[in-house]
Design a protein. Structure first.
Length: 636
């Protein structure tokens, strides 16, 4: 993107500025001070990244000149050339074919220009306000800004997009930054300054940068390959952001607000005692953080995290409803971020029903609502990259799941999207080890939900010694103990999940099981199966009795009466969190709370033992807190 820089001379002082459309700057400055300033425009235009770096350097050197009366165009050009050499800007070097020159412009020249057809273009106030309202909380590349304008039928702005963006920038209503910023630091052992890069959109470092020859920069220019699927972020790209923080008037909370009863936010949702207690504690934290942020005016503080550590099948979605309602009642914005598109689509009807008639915006790759604005949003975590300080409550579901877990880009996006003084609510049945340690050591506010809503203990996995799957397939037979357990599951009428570590193992194991059980329907599915969603429906409707699958179904699938068999449970792919999640498919309903879970493996591993330990620990905690039903107590 080509950008113009100019010197603003006013009352014997001067400063350097950059512009995407000089008409906006002329109208802004001459409209305020028609006869008391001059503008020196630098030609030729340079890339946005170079212009931003050059204006920063020129303004730093300008501080040494208290009086602009002795600053001639020649002196200003000399300083431009000097800084251009340092910043490696080819078009402005002394030895370059275009050394650059300054064009003077005063009010009379501007008045003549604005009477021409080209100069008559001006940003309309009503259109500008509409644009700012729809871009609020966003962080978008300039090309995406054009798509946003088109989606919201901002036809005047779409005709002169740079003019509107530049005027909003001059008014201080939005921020302009590079897609990728450059910086230097001393490195060992040479202790020389070395250039480094960081993507402002996704937080990627230099290891994710690709250097290419750039038409705008006239030199080698980096782009970020980590967030390339969201559009090309590069050194000369323009990133437009309008954080909500600067546009939110926070009222100071009083004693009445501090003492407000939270029970009315809990009661309407029909939560179990276990769920209600967890929701109340999270809601108390949310209200306390809000009161502190308002009363003590610390809205510039970092977002506060709170962890809901709930066992699989505890009903985490219902538990977050009170917090969502609390924030919506205060006119705040809420986003629920989940790693997978199918979960976004599953949550949408539930939230639309719960919070009707409030519209729910859903964002995922290919979503038709990509440019819509809403106070309640559900998004895949990747979509958070297009926001900045946009939401007062950020709910991150399944923080331990792929692709969020161990993905610095998505963790960066989740941090960036929360307003200063807001709250990030983390949901997980199996939090990463670092979060578990932080919670247990008192460094992370949290609540443990140790029991499911039906108040029965979690099924504890049984370790089942078996040959590996590859050995079973070579023998064309399954071991006797596995055969016996499967017969028990079939006899009791359970649907059977069979998890395997690799997609390649599915089809051959399905064929083997079909030979052993010719009278029942056995199918296999994986992430590569385009009919996976229909397969799950058929399984839920009991049209399929055994379903062989991978970890793709370790979450988000509830079958009323099911048993779980994890084959090759000693595989390296299966860590303790994955084993707990797969085991969590059993015993989820009140009608069949004691489903069977088997870890079938040739060897006993630390991960298997850790999974069993975690499940037993949650049962012990639930029993200690009185969450579990006493013997003889009837289910509701």
């Amino acid at each position: 993107m080509k950008t113009v820089i100019y010197a603003l001379i006013k009352d014997k002082t001067y400063s350097w500025h950059l512009t995407l459309d000089v008409r906006a700057d002329m109208a802004y400055w001459f409209g305020e001070h028609p006869n008391s300033l001059k503008i020196w425009v630098l030609e030729p235009a340079i890339s946005f990244g170079q212009a931003l770096a050059l204006t920063v350097k020129l303004n730093e050197t300008q501080k040494n000149h208290k009086d602009a009366s002795d600053c001639t165009p020649e002196l200003l050009l000399n300083e431009i050339h000097r800084q251009a050499e340092r910043l490696d800007i080819p078009n402005l070097r002394r030895a370059g074919s275009h050394q650059g020159h300054l064009l003077e412009c005063d009010w009379l020249q501007w008045d003549g220009y604005r009477r021409t057809e080209e100069g008559r273009a001006a940003a309309q106030q009503d259109e500008l306000e509409k644009l700012l309202s729809v871009v609020l909380g966003r962080s978008l590349l300039l090309e995406e800004m054009n798509q946003l304008m088109e989606h919201h039928a901002l036809l005047k702005a779409l005709k002169h997009p740079l003019l509107y963006v530049q005027m909003a920038y001059l008014l201080g209503e939005l921020q302009l930054s590079q897609g990728i910023r450059s910086y230097s630091k001393r490195t060992f052992p040479s202790l020389r300054n070395k250039p480094f890069y960081e993507c402002r959109r996704c937080g990627a470092d230099s290891t994710h940068m690709v250097m290419t020859d750039c038409l705008f920069c006239g030199t080698s220019c980096p782009y970020c390959e980590q967030c390339l699927t969201m559009g090309r972020s590069r050194f000369c790209s323009i990133l437009v952001s309008v954080p909500v923080d600067g546009h939110t008037n926070r009222e100071v909370g009083g004693k009445e607000e501090e003492d407000q009863d939270l029970q009315p936010y809990i009661e309407p949702w029909g939560l179990s005692d276990v769920q209600a207690e967890a929701s109340y504690l999270a809601l108390t934290f949310l209200k306390g953080n809000e009161w502190k942020s308002n009363a003590l005016r610390v809205s510039s503080s970092k977002p506060e995290p709170f962890l809901i550590w709930a066992v699989t099948g505890a009903g985490k979605t219902e538990m977050i409803f009170p917090m969502i309602q609390y924030m919506l009642d205060r006119g705040k914005r809420v986003v629920i971020a989940t790693p997978r598109r199918d979960v976004v689509l599953e949550l949408r009807p539930r939230l639309e029903k719960a919070f009707a008639p409030l519209p729910v915006v859903t964002l995922y790759g290919g979503s038709e609502q990509r440019w819509d604005k809403g106070t309640l949003t559900i998004a895949t975590t990747h979509q958070l990259l297009r926001f900045e300080h946009a939401f007062d409550l950020v709910i991150i579901d399944e923080i331990d799941a792929f692709p969020y877990h161990n993905n610095p880009m998505l963790e960066y996006a989740a941090r960036k999207v929360c307003t200063m003084g807001g709250v990030t609510l983390l949901l997980s049945a199996t939090p990463p080890k670092r979060l578990q340690r932080a919670a247990e050591r008192g460094r992370l506010p949290h609540v443990k939900v140790a029991a499911r809503y039906h108040r029965h203990p979690l099924p504890v996995p049984v370790l089942l010694p078996t040959p590996s799957l590859s050995q079973q397939q070579k023998r064309a037979a399954i071991p006797r103990n596995l055969h016996e357990k499967l017969n028990i599951s079939l006899k009791r009428g359970a649907q059977i999940f069979i998890f395997v570590p690799k997609i390649q193992l599915i089809e051959s194991f399905v064929q083997l099981l079909r030979r052993i059980y010719p009278d029942i329907v056995i199918q296999g599915t994986s992430s590569k199966d385009e009919l996976r969603a229909q397969m799950v429906i058929d399984f839920r409707n009991k049209n399929i009795r055994m379903l062989v699958t991978t970890t793709i179904l370790e979450r988000g699938v509830t079958i009323a009466k099911s048993d779980v068999y994890i084959m090759d449970a000693d595989a390296q792919l299966f860590d303790s969190a994955s084993l707990v999640q797969m085991a969590g498919r059993a015993g989820r309903s009140a009608e069949d709370p004691a489903g069977l879970v088997f870890f079938a493996a040739k060897e006993r591993t630390r991960e298997q033992m850790e999974a069993v330990r975690q499940i037993k620990a949650m049962n012990a905690l639930a029993r200690k807190k009185g969450y579990l039903r006493s013997k003889g107590e009837q289910s509701p």
